[in-house]
Design a protein around this ligand. Structure first.
Ligand code: PEP
Length: 251
């Protein structure tokens, strides 16, 4: 059966001491609750090794927010999947809309990143989602289907089964404008069907599909109650341990 998951995406926020303190606060808060989902924090590269020292990895997973599309070599400023894995992190967010939009990431580069992540035992949290214009002109289902097909459908069923997907409508990220629970459910059910068409029902049923986009304690319960919404990828609200925990405990 697929897992329920709440993952925080800190983006380019927190200094190293602030990040370690936030990770400790989430780690401590988790000790006091019987979480009904897996909990992950994705932090800046510079913080990973230090955070790995202060959290209980049996309760709190650790991930990077990106990795390079090459394994090593003359790529100044890049951080490879083996480097991420060597910090103790087990997850990596790939294909976030901010990476696609501001850093020109394409399905071609993302294919390489996914392969390298998997080869280094990192679980990709792979993001897909349409922009506002595509939502409004009715092409949003096709857009997301193409994103999945182009970047992921070269994988074997075995490798695809290792992924976590995150549907993040770009118009809802950091805008305060959440997709309604029905909009999220429509897309998540559609994504599951697309996966079933390629890899069969068992793989589709076992794939965790998270919702991301202005998810907060006040709307998480309704979103997570939908049958095809298996949790959330949380940006802004993951920067405060209390509000992040408010989402974790929405399950
Ligand atoms: C995100 O960046 O993955 C995200 C969902 O951001 P926010 O929760 O701030 O909309």
């Amino acid at each position: 059966m697929r897992k329920n998951i709440v993952a925080g995406n800190w983006k380019m926020n927190t200094t190293l001491p602030e990040g370690v303190a936030l990770a400790k606060a989430v780690n401590d808060a988790l000790k006091g609750v019987d979480a009904k989902c897996d909990v992950i924090i994705a932090a800046p590269f510079t913080h990973l090794a230090s955070i790995n020292e202060v959290i209980d990895k049996s309760k709190l997973g650790l991930g990077a927010e990106n990795c390079a599309d090459h394994v090593s070599g003359a790529y100044t400023g890049e951080v490879s999947a083996p480097m991420v894995a060597s910090t103790g992190a087990n997850y990596v967010i790939l294909g976030h809309s901010e990476r696609r939009q501001y850093y020109g990431e394409t399905s071609e580069t993302l294919k390489e990143k996914v392969n390298l992540a998997l080869a280094n035992n990192l679980t990709p949290i792979f993001c897909i989602g349409e922009v506002l214009e595509e939502r409004e002109n009715g092409t949003y289902l096709d857009v997301v289907k193409t994103q999945i097909e182009d970047a992921l459908f070269g994988l074997s069923a075995d490798d695809f089964s290792k992924l976590i997907l995150a549907y993040e409508p770009v118009w809802a990220i950091g805008t305060g404008k959440t997709a309604t629970d029905d909009q999220a459910e429509e897309m998540h059910a559609f994504i599951r069907n697309v996966i079933a068409g390629k890899y069969g029902n068992e793989v589709a049923e076992n794939t965790s599909i998270l919702y991301g986009g202005s998810c907060k304690p006040s709307n998480a319960k309704a979103l997570f109650a939908k049958p095809n919404v298996d949790g959330g990828l949380i940006g802004g609200a993951s920067l405060d341990a209390e509000s992040f925990m408010g989402i974790v405990t929405a399950f």
